[in-house]
Design a protein. Structure first.
Length: 390
């Protein structure tokens, strides 16, 4: 594949062969990724003739996805033989290690849905394979591409709210609140590696690391609300993973805070929320602040409080970069699809430059670090909330 260079504005300035994309798995998240690929040429027309939705690998034969993807296949070997430039892994967690190992050993660049593996040990093994084969790799920890989070991070790093005292975060879904919903692989530990902590908690552990740095210790608690669910045969099966979880996290900086995740909590007003408290102010990021965080500053001189609008990207290069890969307000596909599309755009740009352009990219190694926190949380919960050093 001819190398494509990026100019200072992040635009493409040479002609190359198409980047051939292969999708592995076509469940819900595979369809979300497909929406991203389908709309990239419309939102970023310079890519119209430079990406190709070459092949989807799935067992079921359906005309619907084949109208989007050029071909359907059933074997990973077909991706290698078809000259795929990168594979997008959207399969259940327990399949990631064998699939990524096979493709990485064939030199295929890999984009993988979270979590990378069923535990930290497996994610580390996957990271080592990718690094040994020197492939471009990324995990879909998509909140790193939320403009409000990137702006908040830059503001915090510049001392905007002073020394961080504490934080509160939650990511709450109600997808399993109905006890009549059948059991899926996500509720089977052997296939998933865990429950809501590994599925949603990985987003928040990664986001907190992205915003505030590394963690040193934690305590955790988990709960399963519905212990039995109906399987595909109509029989009752045991749910052996968590449906709700809470982590009390201690950071290297001395800050402390909470991460709450749930699949049995209804919150139609604010399912995603991060609040950060510092000695000089407060920052809030939620469902309603995709582009700009809510920021308040505190003055010790007169005890005054004022609202701060981070109206521009300042000098932070990563914030400026997001302006080139996140759909504009007029082209928005909704916050979640926007995040996935921006994450995919980052992968494409890294492939075209044959390197990781920004260190903020959620590589396999970065994902493994975030997953280590999840493993420690499960250790703590199993031990009745014992404090665990990370």
């Amino acid at each position: 594949m001819t190398s494509l260079k990026l100019n200072i504005k992040g635009e493409y300035n040479s002609v190359m062969n198409k980047i051939k994309i292969g999708l592995v798995g076509y469940g819900y998240i595979g369809k979300i990724h497909s929406i991203g690929y389908l709309n990239i040429p419309l939102i970023f027309p310079e890519l119209k003739d430079r990406i190709e939705m070459t092949k989807v690998i799935r067992r079921k034969n359906s005309l619907k996805e084949e109208s989007y993807w050029l071909e359907r296949g059933e074997d990973l070997e077909e991706l290698v033989n078809g000259g795929i430039h990168f594979a997008d892994i959207c399969t259940p967690n327990f399949l990631h290690l064998p699939q990524i190992s096979f493709l990485a050993n064939k030199g295929v660049n890999i984009y993988c849905e979270k979590p990378l593996g069923i535990n930290f040990q497996e994610s580390t093994a996957i990271s080592e394979v990718a690094e040994e084969k020197k492939i471009i790799n990324q995990v879909a920890l998509v909140y790193r591409f939320m403009p409000a989070l990137a702006k908040a991070r830059a503001y915090i790093n510049n001392g905007g709210i002073g020394k961080i005292i504490s934080f509160r975060t939650h990511l709450l879904h109600s997808s399993y609140l109905n006890p009549s919903r059948s059991i899926t692989w996500r509720l089977e530990k052997e296939k998933s590696g865990g429950g809501v902590l590994i599925d949603l908690g990985i987003h928040l552990t990664d986001t907190i690391r992205f915003l505030l740095g590394e963690a040193v210790a934690l305590t955790a608690d988990t709960k399963t609300l519905f212990n039995k669910r109906t399987d595909s045969n109509g029989s009752k099966s045991t749910v052996d993973v968590d449906e709700w979880g809470l982590i009390n996290l201690e950071m290297v900086s001395g800050a402390k805070g909470t991460i709450e995740v749930s699949k049995v909590s209804l919150n139609p007003l604010e399912s995603f929320n991060i609040e950060i408290y510092g000695t000089n102010g407060f920052i809030k990021i939620s469902d309603h602040t995709f582009n700009d965080p809510i920021v308040y500053s505190f003055s010790k001189k007169d005890n005054s409080i004022k609202s701060i609008f981070l109206k521009d990207s300042g000098t932070d290069q990563y914030v400026k970069y997001l302006e080139t890969i996140v759909p504009s307000g007029k082209m928005s596909l909704g916050s979640m699809v926007n995040l996935h599309l921006a994450s995919i755009m980052n992968m494409l740009k890294n492939i075209e430059s044959s390197r990781i352009i920004f260190e903020e990219t959620p590589t396999f190694r970065e994902s493994a670090k975030s997953q280590k926190i999840i493993d420690c949380a499960y250790q703590s919960s199993k031990a009745g909330g014992r404090r665990v050093t990370i």
